[in-house]
Design a protein around this ligand. Structure first.
Ligand code: 3PG
Ligand code: MG
Length: 396
């Protein structure tokens, strides 16, 4: 069912709009933002609210704070609020609490065009419990609810479900980012142009079983890379040396290989190393990986084959790096896939936190049809999970 969007609301003059965004951005140890992609992705929604005469109360979680104020300091929303202000080109107020009398006063005093960012929602125990009383306290702050947190849509946290539930009767819509993500993924699921190619990497099969099953039903071919390769190889009885492998997932891997017969393509050759780190001795092998060696990336023959498949595809969806791309010597496969997708004339969709980061790092994000802001949310949506958060949004 299509959902009401911010565009359906028209004038917002004098309205306070509570916007759930996903500012769960990657941080370095000191709490500095290392990629502001998710903040930039929410700008059209926030800007629209301000231009339409509303004020915006922006709320998000950040990281997985444990409830220890000292250790949780890097997870405060201060840097995200500051970055938002820089990107909007206007001052942004930051509340030091999630909820309570001070927040209520700040919210009441908001004038049209002003922005208030609340403290990290996960500093309050009610958030991840989905607590209705906490949701009601947040919901009281505003006249309109906007969900623009695609990356969090697979969570049933209070800000995603209890808040819109408490705001029943007031407009509850999705923002432009969620609307765009859903439109792109719905089209991908319902009527992809063929040939439809899946490209799947990353370390673990276990994180992605449902995703792989869903892709196998939809794609014409599924190219495999990343460390999950070695679990699949081992499941086939091939030697993988000292490569990463999920020994307890060999049965699952066998089932997937059987289901994907004729569709799944495993790498024909590998870049291997004598240590799983940059600075190691490396070489390329076809087929079996010798004892004592670690598979680190797809090999040149595989890169050439995958490039060809990408060129032929009218639709391609990619999740998961092809190797340990953070280390330059093992980044060739991931970079080659990213470059081939960037040059493709077909529809190219990239999802998953790490994959999106890789594409951004290579400077190729703008050349994809769509780079999802979802990690888990992207995987679960493609899997076919119905999100409780979206059920709370008014139907169009
Ligand atoms: C994400 O990045 O996956 C979302 O922001 C949700 O965060 P979480 O995985 O910690 O619930
Ligand atoms: Mg996650």
């Amino acid at each position: 069912m299509a959902k009401k969007t911010l565009a359906d609301l028209g004038d917002l003059r004098g309205k306070r709009v509570l916007v759930r965004v996903d500012f769960n951005v990657p941080l370095d140890d000191a709490g500095n933002i290392t990629s502001d992609r998710r903040i930039r992705a929410a700008l059209p929604t926030i800007q629209h609210i301000l231009n339409a005469g509303g004020s915006a109360i922006v709320m998000s979680h950040l990281g997985r704070p444990k409830g220890d104020p000292k250790k949780d300091a890097p997870f405060r929303m201060n840097n995200a609020a500051q970055r938002l202000g820089e990107l909007l080109g206007r001052p942004v107020q930051k509340a030091d609490e999630v909820i309570g009398p001070k927040v209520e006063t700040l919210a009441k005093e908001l004038k049209p065009g002003q922005v208030l960012v609340l403290e990290n929602l996960r500093f309050h125990p009610g958030e991840q419990k989905g607590d209705p009383a906490f949701g009601e306290q947040l919901g009281r702050l505003a006249d309109v609810y906007v969900n623009d947190a695609f990356g969090t849509c697979h969570r049933s946290d209070a800000s995603m479900v209890a808040v819109p539930a408490a705001m029943k009767g007031k407009p509850r819509v999705v923002g432009f980012l969620v609307a765009k993500e859903l439109a792109v993924l719905d089209k991908l699921l319902a009527s992809p142009e063929r040939p439809f190619l899946g490209i799947l990497g990353g370390a673990k099969v276990s994180d992605k079983i449902g995703f792989i099953k869903s892709l196998l039903q939809r794609v014409d071919k599924l190219l495999i890379g990343g460390a999950m390769t070695y679990t699949f190889m081992k499941a086939q009885g091939q030697g993988i040396g000292s490569s990463r492998c999920e020994a307890d997932k060999l049965d699952v891997a066998r089932v997937l290989l059987a289901e994907g017969k004729g569709k799944i393509v495993l790498p024909a050759d590998h870049l291997i190393a004598d240590k799983p780190e940059a600075g190691a001795q490396t070489k390329v092998v076809a087929g079996v990986i010798p004892d004592g060696w670690f598979g680190m990336d797809i090999g040149p023959q595989t890169i050439a084959r995958y490039r060809e498949e990408i060129q032929k595809a009218k639709t391609a969806v990619w999740n998961g790096p092809m190797g340990k791309f953070e280390d330059e010597p093992f980044s060739k496969g991931t970079r080659a896939v990213a470059e081939a997708l960037a040059s493709s004339k077909g529809v190219t969709i990239v999802g998953g936190g790490e994959t999106a980061e890789a594409v951004e790092q290579f400077g190729l994000d703008a050349r994809m049809t769509h780079v999802s802001t979802g990690g888990g949310a992207f995987l679960e949506y493609v899997e076919g999970t119905a999100f409780a958060a979206l059920a709370q949004i008014d139907d169009a």
